[in-house]
Design a protein around this ligand. Structure first.
Ligand SMILES: *Cc1c(COP(=O)(O)O)cnc(C)c1O
Ligand SMILES: [Zn+2]
Length: 414
């Protein structure tokens, strides 16, 4: 039986799992490769765990631990994350122009975004590695998540944010959990560069999605949605793409679930970018020959990234799932967001890219109306309230505390 180890995505070289490194000596990205012991029959075990009262069994990440990396019951960190809702919304299904659509709402995680699934894994790995100072560059959600999980694990967190480009809610949340916030005069890509060099120099342990353990945790978005569907794979899974950690994790999760016999067919992956931050889409259009970084600008700040660090892993994910990449305008994103918000689910702008992308791909006949589709909502509606107040032309009615005049207002609004 071979061991679980770190392997290079580019050259295939391998390293011990618990060696502290972020990349191969050839500079390639690393991923966790699983021991070859049988993974057959695990879905039945995952099902039984739903009845357990132990966090270790119920967490939407650690429930799937045999498919992640070896770990003892005393060493994991959890809140417990995952266990997010799986929703069918007839109004939105019609809006998108398909017959079968469901949403997996990752905004229901403890800190309000899917980042918690990767972060609980990365912080657990940090404890195992014995590091005490964690850091990330972030557009706001990774920082909130790191701040929360570092506090939970009793570790120190430094977060590097693009100054003036992070929503008030995400900033407040990160500060409240006790992380030290450095507002970098530059964009996300500048902040990312700085964290990478600090990590290379050994000053901090980096928990951006370059970190292979982040990817392992985020695979469980796919596995949990497959479990929600009784391990019946959908035809398509749509996800917003920024730094492309999720795209990479999804490709790996789909491939493994298929190889291990948990599903009988592979869903196709569709990564949706914002037009103003679409280097992956542009590369896809040129057959992934190269990645040309761009200056990113979009209302969807969580995906306002011009130089995605997971590019090579994400290319593999799209190729192995016969996937596609699309780009949508800010107007399309905000229209999809308004529809999601009005359905009662609600989400932040970046999340709505998945529904906007679905509508576009159906119109382009790439996704057929009768196909079975799951769209991932990545973040909670409260993550970016400014975007709502600025774009949806919503306001409250100011009234006097007087019954008669209020009844007049009710008459007018009824
Ligand atoms: C981080 C984030 C994304 C982008 O995910 P990547 O893995 O960087 O592609 C999308 N939506 C939200 C809400 C996020 O926080
Ligand atoms: Zn290598």
């Amino acid at each position: 039986m071979s061991e679980t180890k770190l392997s290079c995505v580019a050259c295939g070289a391998s390293y011990p799992l618990w060696e502290l490194r972020y990349s191969c000596s050839c500079e390639g990205l690393l991923e966790v490769t699983q021991a070859s012991s049988s993974k057959l029959g695990l879905p039945e075990l995952f099902e039984k765990r739903l009845m357990s009262r132990k966090v270790w069994d119920r967490s939407g990440v650690w429930r799937f631990r045999e498919g992640l990396f070896p770990l003892s019951e005393t060493s994991y960190v959890s809140m417990p994350e995952g266990q997010t809702g799986y929703y069918e919304v007839p109004g939105l299904t019609r809006w998108a122009g398909v017959e079968h659509l469901a949403f997996k709402h990752e905004g229901e995680n403890p800190s309000g975004s899917f980042k918690d699934r990767g972060m609980c894994a990365a912080v657990t790995a940090a404890k195992k590695l014995g590091v005490t100072t964690l850091a990330c560059a972030s557009t706001g959600n990774t920082s909130s998540s790191l701040a929360a999980y570092a506090a939970r694990a009793g570790l120190k967190a430094f977060v590097f944010l693009p100054a003036g480009k992070v929503s008030a809610g995400k900033m407040a949340q990160t500060l409240a959990y006790g992380a030290k916030v450095l507002a970098v005069k530059g964009d996300f890509d500048d902040a990312m560069q700085i964290v990478r060099s600090l990590a290379q120099a050994g000053r901090v342990y980096m928990v951006n999605s370059l970190n292979p353990f982040r990817i392992e945790g985020q695979k469980t978005i796919i596995w949990e949605l497959l479990q929600d569907r009784n391990w019946e794979a959908p035809d398509w899974i749509l996800v917003p793409g920024g730094n492309l950690g999720n795209t990479s994790a999804f490709g790996k999760a789909i491939e493994e679930a298929y190889q291990w016999g948990w599903i009988q067919k592979k869903p196709r992956l569709a990564t949706i970018q914002a037009m103003g931050a679409s280097p992956f889409f542009r590369s896809y259009e040129r057959g992934f020959q190269s990645l040309e970084p761009m200056q990113a600008e979009t209302v969807a700040t969580a995906i306002r990234i011009g130089h995605p660090v997971n590019f090579t892993r994400a290319v593999k994910a799209i190729e192995k799932t016969r996937g596609v990449v699309a780009a949508v305008s800010d107007a399309e994103i905000m229209a999809a967001k308004a529809a999601i918000d009005r359905s009662g689910l609600g989400c932040e702008p970046a999340s709505a890219a998945s529904l906007a992308g679905l509508k576009q791909l159906v119109a382009a006949s790439i996704i057929r109306p009768e196909e079975d589709v799951v769209a991932i909502l990545t973040g909670h509606v409260l993550k970016d309230t400014d975007a709502i107040m600025q774009s949806q032309d919503l306001s409250c009615y100011d009234v006097d505390a007087d019954r008669a005049s209020i009844e007049a207002v009710l008459d007018r609004l009824s």
